[in-house]
Design a protein around this ligand. Sequence first.
Ligand code: UT7
Length: 324
Amino acid sequence: MTIRAVVRGCGHYLPEHVVSNSEFEKTLDTSDEWIRSRSGIERRHFAAEDETTSSMAINAARAALDDAGLGAGDIDAIILATSTPDLTFPSVATMVQAGLGMTSGFAFDIQAVCAGFIYALGNAQALIMAGQARRVLVIGAETFSRIMDWTDRSTCVLFGDGAGAVIVEHQDGAGTSDDRGILSVDLHSDGRFREALYVDGGVSSNQRTGQLRMQGKEVFRHAVEKLTATAEVALERAGVQADDLDWLVPHQANLRIIRGTAQKMGLPMERVIVTVQDHGNTSAASIPLALSVGQARGQLKRGDLVLAEGIGGGLAWGAVVLRW
Ligand code: UT7
């Protein structure tokens, strides 16, 4: 018998305010055509002034609890992936804990930028396998609109806000790839690539929040290569082949990266969940948003074999294979 971390429910939240590409034409030398053709993005959601990473995360968490038929008291731990916390501390996860009315268990944040949700899922699985938690609420939530340089057309048109949440719980499996739950995890980072994607502010450096800076071409170059490699390792560890996958659920940064990765894995786009056109790049929120939207669209069904993968600042990247 093997302990598995099995998905019990998922949910998401997107702010009401939707901004189309053409809105940027008013203030920047850009066009809807450029943004669509270079990134696949058509629109994105931006948080309202009174919305924060924690408020969006609480909404997504409530949706996941409803989907799972559970209450906050049924959760042992919250792991929240974000690079845009409400405050330097305490963690957003503890704000979600309080917001849900949860007075037991423990909660903490993980910061691995766009790979954050993959790291969080890996940590949730580890806690469950170690017997330290039976049910973990795993959230990705971001307000990247708060760290944009609105004069930099090469970055500010690419990102959006939102939150997604998944509940994983201890279940016993047979130890085969037919088990439901997380079947493998592969994580990597390489801090030598810090300059490729970073925020130019922070507590111990200049005491500012800072703004996002990205060498898009450099990140693009690493993305397809590293995502393909981590996917291969995760598939091998899970004992499955790319062809066995029902769904690839990639980090939603750029449709060209998504297509390139799917092509290298030999997967047709019909087996890829794509939300980048509607959400833009929501960093750590993008994969749980895609999972939840994929389930709501009727694409992702119980028992489906899924590979989720992401890469971002650090560079940090990784992949998870799971049976939904
Ligand atoms: O989530 C973390 C991971 N992040 C990513 O995966 C992002 C990876 N990178 C990318 O998605 C792409 O590199 C971008 C979408 C950011 C850019 O696409 P690209 O095909 O690599 O374009 P580029 O940066 O090479 O820029 C091409 C041209 C440049 O003009 P010149 O130098 O050729 O005259 C840019 O100045 O496009 C120009 N450009 C724009 N033009 C109109 C850059 N941004 C814009 C814009 N509108 N918004």
